[in-house]
Design a protein around this ligand. Sequence first.
Ligand code: SAH
Length: 221
Amino acid sequence: MTKDIDARCAEMVKSIETDATATGSHTGREKFSARVLTAIREVPRHKFVREGDQARAYANGPLPIGQGQTISQPYIVALMTDLLDLTGAERVLEIGMGSGYQTAILAGLAAHVYCVEILPDLATAAEARVRALGHTNLSVRVGDGHAGWPEHAPYDAILVAAGASAVPDALLAQLKPGGRMVVPVGRGRTTQELLVVSKDAAGKLSQRSALPVAFVPLVKG
Ligand code: SAH
């Protein structure tokens, strides 16, 4: 069983690398860092999906997790993580925990992850899954991520895992000078552009679009 899972996970990582190469001219990341790929190999994705979906846990696609939400596609999780350029010292704000899969990867790559999830049941289950893997460097709050989590700001990196109509002002304010944020933004209900927003040392913001994406909406609380 374990061997089977390792083999499936290796295939998933191969598929992520193929997608990275195919989209590299758009994203600017033809290859994801070895550190990110290792972190992905270390998280058992089958523990983050519903029981009936375990056989598909290592396919490179999103899956439903209940309450109308989805666990993101592994390649998108890898891309968003890679774009944050985490070295291990960062304090990261994550908006939209969903299953907690992305949270577990961030917890393996950063100093601390502050998570805001609007659905209490998902937040509780996600936190339990991440802690069950042995991670203790996370804090979870139930609420509307549009407001960020001001008490712990500023953040070196911010990852938003639901589609916003615009980059929330509070998140821009809570981003540290020198920091970066990845956030899907779009007016359509089903498609967005994955934006990479950078704040330079002087506090000046710049942004670029890395890829068209399709996330569930960032709802107003
Ligand atoms: N990356 C996650 C998937 C996130 S799905 C994974 O791989 O499992 C998007 C999540 O954002 C859902 O859990 C949804 O409840 C949450 N969400 C939507 N609007 C939100 C808001 N305003 N604030 C916080 N979380 C929100």
